[in-house]
Design a binder for this molecule. Structure first.
Ligand code: NDP
Length: 295
């Protein structure tokens, strides 16, 4: 078994991004600028956003955090989105999900200008992704592709089983891996909560991608020997031995599955690290006008 080390890979890519930023500085250009909008006090969202802002600083991007209380109205939030759409100093922005229940997430996502949608959640970017057109790929699936590419994991002709069919992870990664070219050309099966005999599917997988949000769901007897296991799940579970009172585990029972796998991503230190990096790559692409041209 070998580890797909997301932490190390993220450091490598961040170092590459820093070189790009230095070049921009040398040429007297404008630094890429990412804005994160955070609503409310959800601790996981706060941690994710902090990490995104910190990562921007690490690579030399400009970053701005807009934090609003949980009782902000949908109208007020949409006004912030409109303002960011218009602000020419902003290359890309994200509105951290989930949003409080009184706000329609779909409306907010739709309001984001696709040219600045560096999370790749807008239906325009999703549609372009599905058709193989230039777009911002959604950050987590893009992070998974980056892991496969950098570790040179073969995908052509492989049986890939994706657990989960969300719009942000399961569905897009299944589309991306079944597309022509590398990393792709795989035969992809998508499983979800209505799948019969899920383990019969997972046992066929050469590459198993778990994105369901159920702590340690994938057990040893569900995995083929030698499979590549990508664990997207980030679940907080109680842990009286840790200072915070909780620990993070994935959707895979790491201790049971790791000995069987040829490659496996740990949690933490796996896919999550690359999700943030993907956001940075999309922001740089936006600053350079690589996807939609310069505005
Ligand atoms: P969602 O809750 O949006 O989707 C979960 C999917 O899993 C659904 O399709 C659901 O099926 C399916 N599912 C749930 N329970 C089961 C089950 N028992 N058996 C089979 N399928 C099941 O989750 P997300 O895609 O947003 O996130 C998934 C996990 O990935 C979470 O732990 C999340 O925290 C993590 N995550 C990690 C990121 C990272 O950067 N590493 C980024 C984003 C998410 P159905 O459609 O039938 O309801």
């Amino acid at each position: 078994m070998a580890i797909l080390d997301g932490k190390q890979l993220a450091q490598t890519i961040k170092a590459e991004l820093r070189i790009e930023v230095d070049k921009i500085k040398e040429q007297g250009g404008k630094l890429p600028h990412l804005v994160a909008v955070l609503v409310g006090d959800n601790p996981a969202s706060q941690a994710y956003v902090r990490n995104k802002v910190r990562s921007c600083e690490e690579v030399g991007f400009q970053s701005t955090l807009i934090h609003r209380p949980a009782d902000i109205s949908e109208k007020e939030l949409l006004e912030i989105v409109e303002q960011l759409n218009r602000d020419t100093s902003v290359d890309g922005f994200i509105v951290q999900l989930p949003l409080p229940k009184h706000i329609d997430e779909h409306q907010v996502t739709l309001a984001i200008e696709p040219k600045k949608d560096v999370d790749g959640f807008h239906p325009v970017n999703f549609g372009r992704m599905a058709q193989g057109l230039p777009c911002y790929l959604p950050a987590t699936p893009m992070g998974i592709l980056e892991i496969l590419r950098r570790y040179e994991i073969p995908t052509a002709g492989k049986e890939v089983v994706v657990l989960g069919r969300s719009n942000i992870v399961g569905t897009p990664i299944s589309i991306l891996l079944s597309r022509k070219g590398y990393p792709g050309d795989a035969t992809v099966t998508v499983c979800h909560s209505r799948t019969d005999d899920l383990a019969a599917h997972t046992r066929q997988a050469d590459i198993l991608i778990a994105a369901i949000g159920v702590p340690e769901f994938v057990k040893g007897d569900m995995v083929k020997k030698g499979a590549v296991v990508i664990d997207v799940g980030i679940n907080r579970v109680e842990d009286s031995t840790s200072k915070s009172g909780y620990k993070l585990v994935g959707d895979v029972d790491y201790a049971a599955v790791a000995p069987l796998a040829s490659w496996i991503t740990p949690v933490p230190g796996g896919v999550g690290q690359l999700t943030v990096v993907a956001l940075l790559i999309n922001t740089l692409k936006s600053a350079r006008g690589e996807v939609y041209g310069l505005s």
